[in-house]
Design a protein around this ligand. Structure first.
Ligand code: PLP
Length: 470
């Protein structure tokens, strides 16, 4: 049985409130440009927040990727960079940190998460294979497709319903997986692509019970489980909060147990690990390691740096330790939940329950007068920038791309705008200002007219597509 989700972090921890376990030592000035300048900047960017200049942005909630503030210890670590081409001491520090906390045997460093996704996809997917996963992620699925695989969504139905308050909306539906095995045969399924938390579902966690049951089913058929560990520290926080038997266990210990049910992982270190660039692949199978370590020298760099400098690897090794401290992760998720609670109190439709890294506005419901081919979420992100200089991102029909078979838009059930909170960067006052801006756009919702796509790139179109106002 799962416990009830607490309404506030204070309730959970039996005290009045939480606060960040750090104080600010250095600041970076930000400013809001005028409404006219914002209108000009938005039009110039084709109403795509990815194409805005950062200087024109006030509060930047585009992504939590590579946008974290490093600690004084991480900055000190940069000075210890060993920039030898081969065998840098920082690589061994990094390797040790991953082996200690994630428990995998073999490590291949990469420049960021998608570098690792490329390696694992090419190493284990054959043309005609099927890759079941708990909801797609943009770069993950693309690399699986480029390797000749077909992604199949096997997440529980609750994940596709933004209002459903299931405590583990990231769980795999084992019946859906069993059906796929029965239909295509286990030999066509090299692995299950398991993400914790599930970014596209709203930062929703997978339970320990679910990964254990998944392990049992996969063992029956000889199917591997590879973990997208990008936000596993946050995932583990929710296990500690919601799953029986974990309330008194430290985050690091729960993480280690979770990973023990999987065969390997890839990581975008730009998220949980509190660095601006970096990633890795880790596996237990020596043959897979051998293939990936050979390929990394073609695409990323030698297998003891994989696209990172020595100092980057040092900051990352230290970031891994910091990311798994209980007070850090509590404040991290607490800040996200604070913003979510404000919006919920004002009746603004967001994905519930609030996940680990972001608030997802339900654009489909907010703009219920706009059909999905007028890009409601893209429109909402543009309107938020126009109102307040706050930058968010679309997670809807633009991100979902086109079906490779039919060439039609894929129409996902979720049409969302993501307000992503960088780690250790903004204060509670920034969250208040953000909530007020969202409210202003929400109150003005009936005036939104939608957008028309006027430029569409072939791959990952959400990054570079351009729009015009209707
Ligand atoms: C960001 C992300 C990736 C890709 O990582 P990059 O470092 O951006 O290349 C993969 N999976 C998930 C869940 C992510 O959020």
């Amino acid at each position: 049985m799962s416990k009830k989700i607490p309404q506030t972090m204070g309730q959970q921890f039996g005290r009045r409130s939480w606060a960040e376990p750090w104080k600010i030592k250095m600041v970076e000035p930000i400013r809001m440009i005028s409404a006219e300048a914002r209108a000009e900047a938005a039009a110039e960017a084709g109403y795509n927040t990815f194409l805005l200049k950062s200087e024109d942005v006030y509060i930047d909630l585009l992504t939590d990727s590579g946008t974290s503030a490093m600690s004084d210890r991480q900055w000190a670590g940069l000075m210890l960079g060993d920039e030898a081409y081969a065998g840098s001491r920082n690589f061994y520090h990094l390797e040790h940190a991953i082996q200690t906390h994630y428990g995998y045997k073999y490590i291949v460093p990469t420049h960021q998460g998608r570098g690792a996704e490329h390696l694992i996809s090419q190493a284990v997917i054959k043309k005609g294979d099927f890759i079941p996963g708990n909801m797609y992620f943009t770069t993950t699925r693309l690399h699986q497709e480029l390797a000749g695989g077909t992604f199949v969504d096997v997440i529980i139905d609750e994940a596709h319903d933004p209002a459903n308050r299931h405590p583990f909306k990231g769980n795999v539906d084992l019946d859906k997986l069993q059906n796929l095995i029965d239909k295509v045969g286990a030999e066509k399924i090299p692995y299950v692509s398991l993400a914790g938390t599930v970014n596209m579902a709203g930062g929703q966690p997978v339970s320990m019970a679910n990964v254990k049951a998944l392990r049992q089913l996969c063992d029956k058929y000889g199917i591997k489980i590879y973990l997208d560990a990008t936000r596993m520290a946050e995932n583990v926080f929710f296990i500690q909060e919601r799953e029986d038997g974990y309330a008194d266990k430290p985050i690091a210990e729960i993480l280690f147990e979770f990973c023990s049910y999987t065969d390997g992982a890839w990581m975008s270190a730009k998220k949980d690990h509190l660095v601006n660039i970096g990633g890795w692949l880790a596996v237990n199978d020596h043959d897979v390691f051998d293939a990936a370590r050979n390929m990394v020298v073609v695409y990323e760099g030698l297998h003891t740096y994989g696209g990172m400098s020595g100092r980057d690897m040092e900051a990352l090794a230290i970031g891994i330790e910091e990311s798994l401290q209980d007070d850090h992760i509590r404040a991290r998720v607490g800040q996200v939940r604070y913003l979510g609670d404000l919006l919920t109190d004002w009746g603004i439709p967001i994905v519930q329950p609030v996940g680990g890294h972001a608030i997802f506005l339900n654009a489909k419901e907010i703009y219920d007068h706009l059909p999905q081919d007028k890009f409601p979420a893209q429109t909402l992100a543009a309107e938020l920038y126009l109102d307040s200089g706050i930058r968010a991102m679309e997670r809807g029909v633009v991100s979902a791309g086109r079906d490779p078979e039919t060439g039609d838009h894929r129409y996902p059930k979720l049409e969302l705008v993501r307000l992503t909170i960088p780690r250790r960067v903004y204060t509670q006052a920034h969250m208040d200002v953000t909530a007020e801006a969202v409210k202003a756009v929400y109150d003005n919702r009936h005036n939104a007219r939608g957008l028309k796509m006027v430029y569409e790139p072939k791959y990952l179109r959400f990054f570079q597509a351009r729009f015009e106002k209707l």
